[in-house]
Ligand binder design. Sequence first.
Ligand SMILES: Nc1ncnc2c1ncn2[C@@H]1O[C@H](COP(=O)(O)OP(=O)(O)OP(=O)(O)O)[C@@H](O)[C@H]1O
Ligand SMILES: [Mg+2]
Length: 451
Amino acid sequence: MPHALLVDDDVAFREALAEVVRQEGFSLETAGSLAEARAVVGARVPDLALVDVSLPDGTGVDLLPVFEGAPAVDFVLITGNATVESVITALRLGVTDYLTKPVDLQRIRAMLLNVARRQELHDEIASLRSELRELGRFGPLIGRSPAMAAVYDLIARVAPTTASVFVQGESGTGKELVAQTVHELSRRRRQPFVALNCGAVSPQLIESEIFGHERGSFTGADRAHKGYFERASGGTLFLDELTEMPLELQVKLLRVLETGTVMRIGGEKELAIDVRIVAATNRDPEEAVAAGKLRQDLLYRLSVFPIALPPLRERRGDVEILAEARLAELNASEGTSKRFSAAAMERLAAHPWPGNVRELRNLVQRAFILADREIDVAALPVPGPDPGGGGGMADGARLEIEIGASVDQVEQRLILATLGSCDGNKERAASLLGISLKTLYNKLNKYKNLT
Ligand SMILES: Nc1ncnc2c1ncn2[C@@H]1O[C@H](COP(=O)(O)OP(=O)(O)OP(=O)(O)O)[C@@H](O)[C@H]1O
Ligand SMILES: [Mg+2]
């Protein structure tokens, strides 16, 4: 039976809430002050602590250090009036969630159910950790470099909580895979995981895609339409390429996150939603803010828990295990037993991988098709080590840039020059540039519209 601690000095409120907690199958202890709470926790550490912000001998947050050695405790703050700032500060300090008074019964019940499921998740995370030691993988994520081990630690820590997650990394580093893993290791795993690529939906449609619309709300809206938020209800919404979302929608998104409700376009009532957001971008988020592509307040709200994925060239130790895993996959599906030669593996380990894991996977597949039994360097379409020290990129051609050029101009020139040096091969250009093919198409379209 899960065990809860409820700390509040308002006796009537405490008794009412205690009743709800017991009904959901929890054993419960109550306290009216920090001092009482500390004594109670000393006797038994709860699975869930519900703690009022203002207590006679201090604030609820002062109780957090008591749970320092017990990361599995859900710490929920109860506040009379929650400002965004106070909530963000509290979440940063380690508070798992917060409730506002008067307490919404549905929300508290959902929260209690989640705590009951958590034990199961902690067992699962423990088994993933031992798998990592043995096999070098954490769920679907392959790699045992220290950089990836640090990423797994972050995932294991944040997944079971309700916090938003912000994944940042170059194209092909595995951002979407990380988002899925966070979902799989959360209490929402049996609910939907819905992914929306903000860069791939036209600006005209994106608002109705995200928030839904009522019938007749605009020309062509001949049926009511559920938005991504509603479809992801109870689960996780993955907002990919967040910086591509139009700014006015970023304002609306922030509002949804703050109020926990959405309103369909043309709708009249607010729908309560329970969705966890995992956002991703392959840009530097601070730079995106400076460039006016991402709202500072949204970044602030979403990056309560940032996860930075290292590029593959910074974890070369993982290249071999990733390549072998990809080859094993292909061997299994084709019924073959092809192997890498030692020289081929060396070549792979030395490649800079501008397109990261995606590039590696595609390249192994090409080599697999080309090779008969052994995959040797001849079958590898990657250049060998460059004696001129040009970094192995393109053909050593250079771009001269005047100081004073805008970042957008430089980006455009680099993209067009790279494309030229790849004879117009967009896939290769995108891989060299370290961006997705989709992003490259979007940019090229933009340039077309400018001229
Ligand atoms: N650590 C990893 N282990 C196994 N497969 C991986 C890993 N990282 C990435 N991949 C695989 O590489 C490919 C690219 O990963 P993913 O789509 O998650 O990248 P991304 O960071 O979202 O890229 P983009 O910014 O271009 O959208 C996928 O096929 C994914 O399954
Ligand atoms: Mg992606």
